[in-house]
Design a binder for this molecule. Structure first.
Ligand code: LLP
Length: 436
């Protein structure tokens, strides 16, 4: 109901010092979530969830490696201090003549190569996780003899929304499981060695579906054979968004994968690295979007709290009907009583589009949320917003991207300045003939 502090720092101070809308990440929560996954030898953070270079640096310091899905994400990872590949000047291991880091600090995972990404991959020798058969030829022509991972679509998938289900015949992701023999032949033509196998069936899925992936991967691994040195369980670990959501049992999850890995090790006669590739699990709960209530108004029987953040800042509700918990921080800086009067409200943003509502279900159906009676100038804190929050924001309605703050060692540190309004159109230009 109330949230007066984030990571020990008053919301009022954060809002007054940095302005709103403002994303704030509590470092301690990210560190805890990384710790939860300690059993996995390789935790590969799917940086698309929240790719600020300070967050990347933070996870790197904990021994976490990253996944990159674009040229931009490759360069972000490098800017944060990750080594892109064996030809990266920062890669001292490779310079010593010893084997390149088997953990591949950065893996490029995608279903296509665009020209920027392929150029970077070739320049730095980035390890690739190939999601389409054509990528094998495209990489083979530029980098014959490379080692690659194949991302396999096992023929089934599951997600919190149909839009985040990445398996099955309706999904564009991965190499169809029946095409593995053809892909191995393609690889052989270019001297490409398949050293990794990866499956990611969707985001916000559940244990039942996640556990089916082990069997599917094992089957394909047997087809690929002992060239494999790494298997990846993909991401998709769910995060509790609602108070009655339970946390996934990571011990059980690890045991399932470890057993799969051991059976394959016995079959191949050599060790296999086991990777897990979470995005949301590491950062969702750490992130808060602080907004200011700018008007409270009645529309028939509905009461609206309209805040200064919209779906330009957090798109998950309009895209997926996603539920985010919310709380109020008062101007006075004091939490109200536990039995404060609440009222059912609709929470919306400033954008000129009626779908700009944070309390909606998939399909655009407006919902009410019981929130404390608040006043204009109080802050509404949207919780569990660290994953796919800022990372999916836009300049719609010519709104600037929000600032980001990390509560680092107990102190708020600005990790992205609020975008300057003129930057929004700085890359646009008027043809000379229109200027006459
Ligand atoms: N690995 C691969 C290959 C992926 O495509 C993804 C997510 C992940 C890992 C991380 O998934 P996670 O652990 O975060 O569930 N915008 C949506 C989620 C899209 C996820 C896309 N791929 C949302 O806000 O729910």
């Amino acid at each position: 109901m109330w949230q007066q502090e984030i990571g020990g720092v008053p919301v009022r101070d954060l809002a007054q010092q940095f302005g709103t809308p403002l994303y704030v990440y509590d470092e301690q929560l990210i560190l805890q979530r990384i710790q939860d996954l300690a059993q996995f030898e390789v935790v590969r953070y799917a940086q698309k969830a929240c790719s600020n270079i300070a967050i990347l640096r933070l996870v790197q310091q904990q021994g976490v490696v990253v996944d990159a899905v674009s040229a931009g994400e490759l360069l972000r990872a490098q800017a944060a201090g990750f080594v892109l590949g064996p030809h990266d000047p920062a890669n001292k291991l490779a310079k010593d003549g010893s084997a390149a880091d088997p953990h591949h600090q950065v893996v490029y995972t995608a279903d296509i190569f665009d020209s920027e990404a392929l150029d970077l991959v070739a320049k730095y020798g980035v390890h690739c996780n190939l999601g389409s058969p054509d990528m094998i030829n495209q990489l083979g022509e530029r980098c014959p003899g490379a080692r690659v991972t194949l991302r396999i679509n096992p023929g089934f998938g599951h997600g919190h929304s149909q839009k985040t289900n990445t398996g099955g015949a309706q999904s564009k992701h991965g190499i169809w499981h029946e095409q593995v023999p053809d892909c191995l032949q393609r690889a052989a033509r270019f001297g490409i060695k398949v050293s990794g196998l990866h499956m990611h069936i969707g985001s916000g899925t559940d244990m039942e579906h996640l556990s089916q992936v082990c069997g599917a991967l094992e089957k394909v691994a047997t087809q690929v054979g002992p060239s494999l040195t790494t298997i990846s369980a993909g991401g998709g670990l769910p995060t509790p968004y609602r108070s009655d959501d339970t946390r996934i049992n990571l011990d059980d999850y690890f045991q399932l994968w470890d057993a799969t890995r051991r059976r394959l090790q016995d079959q191949f006669g050599h060790p296999l690295l086991l990777e897990v590739e979470p995005g949301r699990y590491l950062v969702a709960e750490s992130g808060y979007l602080i907004t200011e209530i700018r008007t409270i108004k009645e529309m028939g029987s509905n009461r609206f709290y309209l805040v200064d953040a919209g779906f330009n800042n957090l798109a998950r509700p309009i895209l997926y009907g996603a539920y985010h918990p919310m709380a109020i921080a008062t101007q006075e800086g004091k939490a109200g009583p536990a039995n404060v009067p609440t009222q059912p409200v609709v929470v919306g943003g400033p954008l000129c589009e009626s779908g700009d509502i944070f309390t909606q279900t998939e399909g655009g159906f407006v919902q009410h949320r019981d929130l404390p009676v608040a006043k204009v100038g109080d802050w509404l804190v949207i919780q569990c917003a660290g994953a796919y929050g800022h990372a999916m924001s836009s300049n719609y309605n010519s709104k600037p991207l929000a600032a980001e703050v990390l509560i680092h060692q107990g102190k708020p540190c600005l990790i992205r300045s609020r975008q300057d309004l003129r930057q929004i159109f700085a890359d646009e230009q008027i043809p000379a003939t229109l200027l006459n």
